[in-house]
Design a protein around this ligand. Structure first.
Ligand code: ADE
Length: 247
């Protein structure tokens, strides 16, 4: 079934080229996903199509007004009342692969992109089902965050990555960093591809990859090891790696 994204933004043009390229472009052409941008300004009914105003109580910057956003969301929801509304904001829950997987089971997302100092609080109270942050930094608006989550969610939809690949083979490597990859030539400026990868010995290659993935995760992102579901053999490998590092 086709998954639909309606992106509510003041800058629809930001979305045109990034989403038309490569894997997502193909997913759109194949009819696996549909992305519609909705210009919030089109839902401002006054002569000057005002979408923002100064904050009550004073302070810096502008706040996005509730009425145009409300009308835009209601317009999308009139066609599909069960659409799930997400507001992209640094105040949201941090986005991760589990959230991408969960959201990929929905058929229709509304992604609300804020600008300026954010949206009137009543937008949150009345229309938003979930708030998501893509990381602890402040972007100039929610648009890039919306693109990030569209990309990560779409990878989970059947057919998007091609028939023979799934976003995550249920494997050991799931929750770890990737092992190093090489392609031709065998030697580049004196640096050679590890011998084992040329050996044709699949079990030795598999063992090497597991060890390298564990090593890299241990060094760069030890926090991920807590979540990883390691087998007894893998725990032993990790113990060896730990020992090697403490020497
Ligand atoms: N809008 C501005 N910064 C953001 C962030 N880090 N995540 C999601 N939306 C945002």
């Amino acid at each position: 079934m086709k998954m639909r994204f309606d992106v509510l933004t003041l800058f629809p043009r930001m979305f045109f080229s990034p989403l038309e390229i490569s894997i997502l472009g193909k997913a759109i052409t194949k009819g696996l996903i549909e992305i519609q941008t909705v210009n919030i300004r089109d839902f401002a009914l006054d002569k000057h199509q005002v979408v923002d105003d100064t904050p009550y109580g004073g302070g810096q910057g502008m706040v996005m007004k509730v009425e145009p956003i409300a009308r835009a969301i209601e317009w999308v929801k009139a066609k599909n009342p069960s659409a799930w509304t997400i507001y992209l904001t640094p105040q949201g829950r941090p986005f991760d692969q589990d959230m991408a997987r969960r959201l990929s089971t929905r058929s229709h997302l509304i992604l609300l992109c804020g600008r300026y100092e954010g949206v009137d609080e009543r937008v949150r109270e009345l229309f938003v089902d979930e708030e998501i942050s893509i990381g602890d930094y402040i972007l100039t608006g929610g648009e890039l965050a919306a693109m990030v989550i569209i990309d990560a969610i779409s990878r989970f939809l059947p057919g998007v990555l091609g028939s023979d690949r799934s976003a995550e083979e249920e494997s050991f490597f799931n929750s770890l960093l990737e092992y190093p990859q090489y392609t031709r030539p065998v030697d580049f400026k004196g640096r050679s591809v590890p011998e084992v990868l040329l050996s044709g010995n699949h079990s030795a290659i598999d063992l090497w990859r597991r060890r390298e993935a564990l090593k890299r995760t241990f060094v760069r992102r030890p926090d991920l090891l807590d979540k990883a579901n390691l087998s007894g053999d893998e725990k032993n490998l990790l113990a060896e790696i730990r020992k090697g590092h403490s020497q």
